[in-house]
Ligand binder design. Sequence first.
Ligand SMILES: *Cc1c(COP(=O)(O)O)cnc(C)c1O
Length: 370
Amino acid sequence: MTQTAHGVEFTRQPSENPKSAEERAAILANPGFGNYFTDHTAIVDYSVDADGNGGWHDARIEPYGPIVLDPSAAVFHYGQEIFEGLKAYRHADGSVWTFRPEANAARLNKSARRLALPELPAEYFLGAIRELVAVDKEWVPAGDGEALYLRPFMIATEAFLGVRAAREVSFRVIASPAGNYFGGELKPVSIWISRQYARAGRGGTGDAKCGGNYAASLIAQQEAEANGCKQVLFLDQANDNAVEELGGMNVFFVMKDGSLATPALTGTILEGVTRMSVIQVAKDMGREVSERKITLDEWRDGVASGDITEVFACGTAAVITPIGVLKDTTEFIGSEDAKAGETTMAIREKLLGIQTGAEPDTHGWLTRLA
Ligand SMILES: *Cc1c(COP(=O)(O)O)cnc(C)c1O
């Protein structure tokens, strides 16, 4: 039994067949994204007792492995599931840190409320991450742009086919060493406009981080890939084709006057921790940032007139990715041989610098894990 700094106790059942140092080194030499997982997983279960009182219990570290669930478990039928994504970074002195985990803990609970799942006290969220990274700290890569990607998630495990919120739930964290998300150099990507499909609608789950949103976006992502694009852009077609976001990243525009603009949070956009950090970092650099409505027309006309000088996407997995082209069968905005913009790169450097310890953490965004 180990006590975390936050007072939640996690029992530890160490893996009997962890990867050898050689196997781990081979994986860390070229981790890719989401391909390999560490030796352990963190788990906290929730159940409602006969009196109707719910509670979290059995916080533990177990060997990484399959989850055994009843085939009638609610998650398989009604998609009652939410997740998070954050990273652990190895600093030059070997210490391991994570970035704004309390923001992820708060967002998990916002998602939980929307999906009628129980809220998880932040000390369990932070404790699970701390404990998992403590046992698997050798898995945190040290290379440039590399990190240990942490994937907390919560699933409805109750065996019951009736349609209501489950009374048994499991919160887990898995960890995966990650290289550069889009692979290789930081080349601007081409983005496909989704006209036929939306990922979110008014009153829906667009501002919750749930698997269902991703399930709904995959067909549009396939269409994008079939048209040679890396990602898909979703528009609010009922609102003048207002720009929303990519399947899993928020979007920013750099204007001629040096200011930034990003779509305002309307309820159909997921509020990224990277988005909120980019806004702060840009302000720290003396730039104005507006959160407002930006339409497809403004994007096209702004790029043509030079009012918009750079466009980029942001999210934890890929940090900041320049957008070179936005297109579909009727639009072609930007240029195939666009280079990553100066402002995009400056913000990326600054943000990565804070995360990796190369820049001062003036906002207290880092939490030491190991
Ligand atoms: C996770 C996610 C993002 C990015 O959020 P970060 O906290 O910056 O990683 C953006 N859009 C969607 C739909 C997401 O699921």
